[in-house]
Design a protein around this ligand. Structure first.
Ligand code: SF4
Length: 264
């Protein structure tokens, strides 16, 4: 396939400059295999040093470079530009219909935007504080009852299998961005925090089930999930937040039924 020309329409906004948000176009010849992150680094180095975005590991393990690419949440370091030609196009809000359709058909135009449901600090950089506050609220750390053993706590493989998929989360916030409940209810704990909550609920070494269920039993906890499954579909690491939420909900219902039965 070799090198192909692309136009990157990148969201630009600097709240400190008191200017309207908008898009700026950058043309770039992209060799096969180049990722969106590499393209942004090239644009920043050669065309516009004011462009702001986050990245760290470049290997899909830190979650820092999550952004909207052609209208879909993705890790920029894991998204190859040439591969985007086969994927659905973004709708370019605010453009005239004709122009919108033209760009939607143009495979050489790549739209890059910040994640949704988080405030923009500058360009593609969003404020992750609300995301991490929700994570902290579910106490994502081991809470065993017994004192620390001499050696490590051993977990049998079959017991670990339930918690293991949730340990793959890299806290990229793609699920937070794609979740329609997050958009309507900013107090909702959200798929990432609830997935990490279930990771410890399912951990055979943890003994704080009662306290953990109480943490997510309110109106902004698991009860608020609409089971749209966007988070499962978008997660770049295969974490299934909705499944964990459903299992947590079932545990809460069982506990409630049990205590109702005991009270009769
Ligand atoms: Fe990202 Fe998946 Fe973790 Fe959500 S669950 S923060 S999408 S890795």
């Amino acid at each position: 396939m070799g090198t192909k020309p692309f136009t990157f329409r990148v969201y630009r906004f600097d709240p400190a400059q008191d200017e309207e948000p908008g898009y700026r176009a950058y043309d770039l010849d992209v060799p096969e295999g180049m990722t969106v992150l590499e393209a942004l680094l090239r644009i920043q180095a050669e065309q516009d040093g004011t462009l702001a975005f986050r990245y760290a590991c470049r290997g899909a393990v830190c979650g820092s470079c999550a952004m909207m690419i052609n209208g879909r949440e993705a890790l920029a370091c894991r998204t190859q530009v040439h591969d985007l030609a086969d994927q659905p196009r973004t709708l370019y809000e605010g453009l005239e219909r004709e122009e919108k359709e033209k760009r939607a058909e143009d495979e050489s135009v790549i739209t890059v935007e910040p994640l949704r449901n988080l405030e923009v600090i500058k360009d593609l950089v969003v404020d992750m504080d609300p995301f991490f506050e929700k994570l902290e609220a579910v106490e994502p750390w081991l809470q065993p009852r017994e004192p620390h053993p001499e050696a490590e706590r051993v977990v049998k493989p079959e017991a670990w299998a339930e918690a293991e998929p949730y340990t793959n989360c890299i806290l990229c916030a793609c699920c937070h961005s794609v979740c329609p409940v997050e958009e309507e209810d900013p107090a909702y704990l959200g798929p990432a925090a609830l997935a990490q909550h279930y990771r410890f609920l399912a951990d055979a070494r943890d003994a704080a089930d009662e306290e953990r269920l109480a943490l997510v039993g309110g109106e902004h906890g698991v009860a608020a999930c609409d089971f749209v499954w966007n988070c499962v579909e978008i997660c770049p690491k295969g974490v299934p937040p909705t499944k964990g939420i459903a299992k947590t909900r079932a545990r809460i219902t069982r506990r409630r039924d049990q205590s109702d039965g005991e009270g009769e």
